[in-house]
Design a binder for this molecule. Sequence first.
Ligand code: DUC
Ligand code: ZN
Ligand code: ZN
Length: 488
Amino acid sequence: MSEFDLKITGGTIATSAETFEADVAVRGTQIVAIGSDLGDADRVIDASGKYVLPGGIEAHCHIEQESSSGIMTADDYYSGSVSAAFGGNTCIVPFAAQHRGQTLKDVLETYHGRASSKSVVDYSFHLIVSDPTEDVLHKELPKAIEDGITSFKIYMTYDRLIVDDEQMLDIFAVAKRHGALTMIHAENNAMIKWMSGKLVETGHDAPKYHALSHPRTAESEAINRAIALAGFVDAPILIVHVSTEAGARIIAEARYDGRKVFGETCPQYMFLNAEQMDLPGMHGAKLCCSPPLRDRASQEEIWRCLQNGTFQVYSSDHAPYRFDESGKLNAGPTPAFPKIANGLPGIELRLPLLFSEGFMKGRITLSHFAALAAGNVATIYGMDHRKGSITLGRDADIAIWDPEVQRVVNAEDLHDNMDYTPYEGMEITGWPTTVIQRGQVIIEDNELHVERGAGEFVPRRTIDLTAMPGRVAPELDPAHNFGVDLDL
Ligand code: DUC
Ligand code: ZN
Ligand code: ZN
């Protein structure tokens, strides 16, 4: 009998902290040795000339989720997870969306049912909270957190999802008390509605006008407000899908002040711009997402904020709606832009795009790539005891990247259930050719080697906020408020 089940030899390993040459050995589901001259193994993978990196964790994706207007995403947990795996991911954290009137218990049961029988990679969920009733706040959210769902998203826009400032404070206070992280879709609802109304009234209802209807200031105003509200109760927040430099600066400044604030951006804000929406007919609908694409200068600014660490998280925001009546054209063949489903696909290309344009072109180091692919997300979302690094004792979730592979993006080559990709025609250098999940090779030779349902639910821990001091607002501090203790 061999000492190990699997050994990966000759590769260059990267974690968020360092890059080094070594062999990796796996027994069962875990990494058990890293070094040279390790013992023999049942199977040896030669990774000479390749990079041995943590399996990606895609922490912002919409899979088998009904939008607030009832449109189902094109990907279910099978196609979505297969596409994620082909893109070098071994774990996904999609949303379990509460629509108003639903209990969180029912929502989570539904999503566990959807994922457990289909996902080929490990998974967790972030809740979307749209109806913060007393029960939700004081019973259901604490229970969900206890069960390992330690993050939830709220929306500052969309009529059917929006929570107002007072509700945000309620949610932040619960998150603070129980150690959860609130993710925020930060856009000013009134500005979007006002601009959309003006544009449509004046006949500007083609898809490209969607980009104008969500002004940059709508994002920065909402980010500012979210940070002020969360900062008041000293609760940790993560601003998702940041599209503007103004928004990024507010996040950077809050972090400079020690506030408990994280930032995320997405490939669409680095690789695409609104000029590309100026297409004939409805084709611009393929690029309608919220926040919208901005301009070329903004792409460079978002890159810079990724490089300088303002964004710790880089996610696809995969929100797959096909260019047909099941998705983008759900409201008819020529809907005005406010009726077009929002979102772009990108779960398979998130990492190849960053590897190619970021690491291979010298914009980020390999360690920074590993951090953005998996390490940062594992830490921020409470999975780093199991995932996100090539480290002894962690799950053997590994993606072997071949820097020699050259590909031109073509929607037909992707494994999602979409009929287009916004990245069509882009040239990519480097690809994850072997993907290993908990010691099992799941992708090799361009083929899937895993059954549906092989992925497991990963209960997550609460967030570690060491080195993020935050502050107590004087009005909430008994030393400065006549001794009032609100026991938040
Ligand atoms: N927000 C998301 O996070 N994804 C898709 C659309 C949206 O508004
Ligand atoms: Zn959002
Ligand atoms: Zn999203």
